[in-house]
Write a protein of this length. Sequence first.
Length: 403
Amino acid sequence: MVSTVEYFKNLTIKKDCLLSKEELLKNGIIEIVTDTNDNQHIVLTPGQTFSDLTPIEKLYINGVTTIPILSSSKLDEYRNKLKQEMEKFPEYLRNSNNKLVYVLGGFGALGNPSSFHNPTIRKLRGKVYQQVIARLFRQLTNDYLEVLEVLEVLELLEDNDKHYHLELLLDRFMYRLKGTAPSAESWHRDVAQDKLIEFNDEIYGGWINLDKESQFMSCIPGSHLGVRLKGLKSGFATIGKKDIDKFKPYKQLFEIKPGHCIIFPQYLLHEVVSKKAPYDMMRLFTGWRLSTTGKSFYTQEELDRIIETQATPPLPSGQKTPMFAANHGSFFLKKNFTIDPTTKYSSNTIDWSKDSFQPQLLVSKKDYVIVNRYLTSLEDYGLDKYDDYTPEEKNILYPHKLS
């Protein structure tokens, strides 16, 4: 007899498994929400509870799972080291007023090259990788291969592609200042550019919580079921305003404990809640790509360049990493606003740029200079690079088979 978890597994991997869908609907475990464009979305029926689930079973059922990465003592160690790294970032000027703010905007995700390539971030990525491989992705890869064999998909692939390859996608470090908040974003799916995705690709997002308090994610459990990444509209694909209320009854908050990493399919419906941070918040975002091709998400040449020049990479969604939002380059260009509520630091984008960054990072406009919204690399700016990546650090960033 097929178990409930197996039905969810089939809908996650096979996508269009009609039998599994019908059984879960018949048993009242899932429901269908139809939006105004007649698109159907699978959602988990409110009130459903499942006990004693493994991390991979949580991923199949909810679309969300968490993995412990750092002990309490190791978490303190990494927090302190990351703060020390920030104080040495070569792109920034230091001043006696200690008003250095690394990026504008309430989201707080950094976009400077050194935030991606400093040794502490690289070591942390490696630690996350080892734990997530052991506790999730090795089994997940085997499950995907097993299903492809049943569907006889492997027979259609080249010999080298009869395996799933994993690559860890570079993503941002977040340092959200106390008293600031991200802009609210209604229900959406984060979707990479379609040209970067193969038919059987899966891309997972998430982050490791580097705070001493729990963080939370608001999402629609089950909204990953029956969805194939290839063919979805790229970018932050949103649910229309007329449909927002249809999804509210199904949302849940998922806890990410201190030192734990959350992982979910890129296309899971989730929202960004605009809530002021009660303290300076820290997290490292992570991206993971499973693919039957050995080709890099970025292309081999592009990833080589990012690593060698220590450049800012594109996000797993395919977008660039900005140093300030669009309104900071327009409305707040010359108009002062509160940048850091704790220190009462107020400035405008032009002055913040001039006071915060090395001259070579500034670009000239008609009557002012401003930091480049999208920074390139430490090498481009003639700044000291960190030590070269070790073979082990490189390997996890390139597509590789899991033994």
